[in-house]
Ligand binder design. Structure first.
Ligand code: FAD
Length: 552
């Protein structure tokens, strides 16, 4: 454990905005990165750790785009096997192992079940062959290697499955994460390596030198409304679904372009949807769906439909909810799930690279770097899972173009994503068990969730909650304000703590207390507090039933 309690150390906080903005405006950076999702965060960490002077600028909150709205898995890339992209399976398998090693509390192995169903599209032989190839290509080791389960073993693990429909299952390892927490941890690690990072600041224009070469960005700070210029030798466009908007500003949106699809997830109470083992199953339309239990809840997703609406706020529609509910009913005909059982939900948009003649779910999830004639470097496509390797590829390119030979080695394979790392899964488990057996009296699932989100810091947060007699969410809010650059209550509720998605009832119970902390710290008056509460309540209405239908 660190000498000084982490919660008392000075951190990366909103209250340092002024200083950071001044440093951004006054600095000449080697690399300026646009976008604070996992892609931009990964690039910032890679560049800063190689000693490049790095700036990262995010228009909203970190992970406010796609990087808080995924299925939250660090995939081994099984779906790429179906698309015969063997090198992608191999690479994602390797990356999965690296990211797990860097944050074993936050990238957690879970055994995934692939049920073999009567009349299903995947037979036992096909699943066995697929998983065997997957193990070989992805370099899967030890306990993570696939097994085939008999019908009896399958039903023992998931008693909800209909006996008459199940013939057995494949059993293999996936890794569960919290995408928004992974992003903020990468951001914080980049800051520890010297990157200057700011949120709620939008890049509105690109700047060019007299030769027409990109030389920086012009931004607007959305909190104070002021504008600033940040100079950079290289500018990286890591704007996810907004990548083409910036390429358009650069006058370089030619040839390949993005194709955006929407994916929705639904969250259910563990009592209404009792599942202990994650499942990945094929549905009659040929797509596959995940069902994932996570500390006290079960979530299901995802849909995959072309999307052209508001990129900042993709909605969860009744049609999306019906699609997922129908898929769940197909696997579990006896489970009486309805729209009203949805506890909360989220919708995300995938920035895919368009491929002529392919449907949404057939398009590859591969990443690609485009360098425009003016020098704008755009990173398009990709996955949460591959963020570290994508960053390495971009920074390798920058180092080469910049002639920085001494910085050619990527270091991020060995940079843990926390100041206080665990040695591995075993240590995470024993740490969690010790906290669960401690004197706090908090439910086991809440303790496990806290360790997943905060690692060793969970111990301090739970101790603070115990001493004050308040719920852990209050200590979390204080921590987020001091150490994780939150501005609005929703930054904390949705992305730092994930509680709006996974503990909505708890949030509703403690909302006034949480808002009070924000009001005190920010000096908000009653009017402002009321407005913030309305914003949170509006968000809750959007992610809970009844959902709006496309048909009106
Ligand atoms: P984003 O997270 O969207 O970040 C881009 C950022 O750029 C945004 O925060 C935006 O505000 C900012 N920005 C845009 N314009 C500007 C500007 N002008 N100035 C400043 N900032 C700007 N991958 C996996 O590996 N595992 C999964 O389980 C998985 N599941 C998925 C499920 C769904 C439904 C979806 C949609 C995706 C899933 N993915 C998954 C893919 C993964 O989530 C994305 O590839 C990844 O999050 C993209 O990150 P990004 O940083 O490129 O984009």
């Amino acid at each position: 454990m660190p000498d000084q309690p982490i919660t008392q150390q000075s951190g990366f906080s909103f209250f340092q905005r002024e200083r950071i903005l001044e440093e951004l405006a006054g600095g000449q950076f080697d690399v300026v990165i646009i976008g604070g999702g996992i892609t931009g965060a990964g690039i910032a960490l890679d560049a800063a750790s190689r000693g490049l002077k790095t700036a990262l600028i995010e228009k909203g909150d970190f992970a406010g785009g796609t990087s808080s709205r995924s299925t939250k898995l660090i995939h081994g890339g099984l779906r790429y096997l179906k698309q015969l992209q063997f090198h992608v399976v191999a690479e994602t398998g390797r990356e999965r192992a690296v990211v797990h090693r860097l944050a074993p509390h936050l990238v957690v192995p879970r055994k995934m079940m692939l049920p073999v169903l009567k009349n299903g599209s995947m037979g036992k032989g096909m699943i066995w062959m697929g998983l065997t190839m997957y193990d070989l290509l992805a370099g899967v080791r030890g306990d993570d290697r696939r097994r085939m389960l008999s019908k009896e073993e399958t039903l023992q693990k998931v008693p909800l499955l209909p006996e008459e429909k199940v013939k057995g299952s494949g059993y293999y390892a996936e890794y569960m994460t919290d995408d928004a927490r992974l992003t903020i941890e990468v951001v914080k690690t980049a800051v520890r390596h010297g990157a200057r990072v700011i949120n709620y600041t939008e890049v509105t224009d690109l700047l060019y030198d007299e030769k027409g070469k990109i030389s920086g960005v012009h931004c607007t700070d959305h909190i104070e409304g002021r504008t600033l210029t940040v100079q950079g030798r290289f500018v990286v466009n890591a704007a996810g679904p907004w990548v083409d908007d910036l390429r358009r500003k650069d006058n370089s949106l030619k040839g390949k372009h993005l194709f955006i699809t929407k994916g929705v997830h639904l969250v259910f109470n563990k009592e209404t949807f009792p599942l202990d083992n994650p499942i990945y199953f094929d549905i009659p339309d040929g797509r596959m769906l995940f069902l994932i239990p996570r500390h006290g809840i079960t979530y299901a997703g995802t849909t995959d439909t072309p999307y052209t609406g508001d990129k900042d706020d993709p909605p969860v529609l009744k049609e999306d909810v019906d699609y997922i509910l129908n898929a769940i009913r197909y696997l579990f005909p006896s489970l009486p799930l309805e729209e009203k059982d949805v506890l909360s939900s989220w919708a995300g948009i995938r920035p895919l690279i368009y491929e002529e003649g392919k449907s949404a779910s057939e398009i590859s999830r591969r990443d690609e770097i485009f360098v425009s004639e003016h020098g704008l470097i755009s990173m398009a496509g990709g996955k949460l899972t591959g963020y570290r390797k994508m960053a390495e590829d971009v920074v390798d390119k920058i180092v080469k173009m910049g002639g920085w030979r001494e910085k050619k080695h990527c270091l991020t394979k060995d940079i843990p994503l926390t100041d206080h790392p665990f040695s591995g899964v075993e240590e995470v488990l024993s740490f969690t068990r010790a906290l669960q057996n401690g004197t706090g009296g908090f439910p086991d699932h809440e303790v496990a969730e806290m360790v997943m989100k905060y690692g060793r810091i969970a111990e301090e947060l739970l101790a603070a909650a115990r001493e004050s007699g308040q719920k852990p969410v209050i200590a979390e809010a204080e921590y987020a304000l001091d150490h994780e650059m939150v501005w609005k209550p929703l930054d904390f509720l949705e992305r730092r703590s994930g509680r709006l998605l996974f503990d909505l009832a708890g949030v509703q119970e403690e909302l006034d207390g949480i808002l009070e902390i924000f009001a005190t710290r920010h000096g908000w008056d009653k009017e402002r507090l009321k407005k913030e509460k309305e914003t949170v309540e509006k968000r809750i209405r959007e992610i809970t039933p009844p959902f709006t239908s496309l048909q009106g």
